[in-house]
Design a protein around this ligand. Structure first.
Ligand SMILES: [Zn+2]
Length: 263
């Protein structure tokens, strides 16, 4: 059924392959995919665990931070031995230990407006788990320009927000359509000031991993409904989930042009 998968890979991913919503074709697609993670912190680290677990064949990990003792409360791939090390490099080492068959690249840098295009180019999906609007908007604009789907996952206290964006497709919203243009200069990190519960950010990260898999499986398996432009708002306190539709903004500086199907 899936001649591309060796016996040991078939065994490793057997629980995916027997799922009708994924199947052998879906698993092969996941294994052939390239996912770029912007940030391997609170959201990126748990997302990485499940994306690597799913067998995503190529992973690029972008983060300019180093592991700090206060990260260990929620960034579960890191241990005391990683403190002081580059997060990107420590996360890549984790992937190597977890599944040496995966190709992983650590990029120890901060993604910015001037380097984002090169970093997202060629990816099948970008998962943005960064913690500030300036980075998110730079990543989103680069994704729209490069026609790369974007999974955005963010957390504020006990509210998580996860959405898939395809701003490069006519009529679909991008992340900038959602938040507007007022936050390009916002570059502050908020976790230290606001506090964050480890299990809560873990839920948002794994929700983000689910959203990435939905994108990867589009047109291949029935789980592959990316739900473009639908913002899932996770309330960790109640708990509960609301989903709302983000409208494409025809005047959006990033995706508003060339969208001839706007209604
Ligand atoms: Zn837009």
């Amino acid at each position: 059924m899936t001649p591309a998968l060796s016996a040991d890979r078939l065994d490793r991913f057997a629980r995916h392959i027997v799922l009708p919503e994924v199947g052998g074709a879906g698993q092969a697609r996941i294994m052939g995919a390239h996912v770029v993670l912007v940030g391997v912190g609170g959201i990126g680290a748990p997302a990485l665990q499940y994306l690597a677990g799913a067998g995503v064949g190529r992973l690029t990990l972008i983060d300019d931070d180093v592991v700090e003792p206060s990260n260990l409360q929620r960034q579960t791939i890191f241990t005391l031995a990683d403190v002081g090390q580059s997060k990107a490099e420590a996360a890549a080492s984790w992937v190597d230990r977890f599944d040496p068959a995966l190709a992983v690249e650590a990029r120890r840098l901060r993604i910015r407006r001037d380097n984002a295009a090169a970093l997202v180019s060629g990816a099948d999906v970008v998962l943005d788990g960064s913690d500030n609007f300036a980075t998110r908007l730079a990543v989103s604009d680069a994704c729209v320009a490069a026609a790369v789907p974007l999974t955005s996952a963010a957390l504020g206290r006990f509210q998580g927000q996860v959405a898939n964006f395809a701003g490069h497709r006519p009529g679909e919203a991008c992340y900038r359509c959602f938040v507007g243009d007022a936050f390009d200069a916002d570059d502050c990190d908020t976790c230290a000031a606001q506090g964050v519960l480890g299990a809560m950010v873990g839920m948002v990260g794994t929700f983000g991993a689910m959203a990435v898999l939905r994108v990867l499986l589009e047109g291949v398996a029935s789980l592959g409904d990316p739900q473009w432009g639908q913002l899932h708002v996770l309330d960790g306190l109640r708990p509960g989930l609301r989903t709302m539709r983000i409208a494409h903004d025809p005047a959006c500086p990033a995706c508003g042009h060339g969208s001839e199907t706007d209604g």
